[in-house]
Design a protein around this ligand. Structure first.
Ligand code: THU
Length: 131
């Protein structure tokens, strides 16, 4: 079922705002209820203020009242599938179990599948704040 997510990520990538890097990224996630939410990167001239595609999809999901990711796809026009940045791995871990598949794709057709736990081993969780 990843292909429909990749198609949604590919489509939303067209709306990415990336004038500073020229690197447009699209993300699409499916929640456990089966709904798909999408996001694209939105850059800013003050570079650190930019947001990643994954963060946009997560924000759309939460705004829609959902909190559990079942699968996510990310796509970019890169030579090899682009993995989520470190910050996005932590953002994904907030709303996805370690077993959740992350499908990385290129516009050229390459695919790489990993789980959230593989992308963020030893993740900091709420359990670490228990006393
Ligand atoms: N970017 C994403 O949106 N997601 C990723 O997984 C990797 C990087 C964006 C951030 C920035 O707008 C551009 O790609 C270059 O880093």
């Amino acid at each position: 079922m990843s292909e429909d997510l990749i198609a949604a990520a590919r489509q939303v990538r067209e709306n990415a705002y990336a004038p500073h890097s020229g690197f447009r990224v699209g993300a699409a996630l499916r929640t456990v209820s089966g709904v798909v939410h999408v996001g694209c990167n939105v850059e800013n001239v003050a570079y650190p203020e930019g947001t990643c595609a994954e963060a946009g999809a997560i924000a759309a999901m939460v705004a829609a009242g959902e909190r559990e990711i079942a699968e996510i796809a990310v796509i970019a026009d890169s030579p090899a599938p682009v993995p989520p940045c470190g910050g996005c791995r932590q953002k994904l871990a907030e709303f996805a179990g370690g077993e959740v598949p992350v499908v990385m794709a290129t516009t050229g057709g390459a695919r790489l599948g990993m789980t959230v736990a593989e992308l963020l081993p030893g993740a900091f969780t709420a359990g670490h704040m228990e006393r």
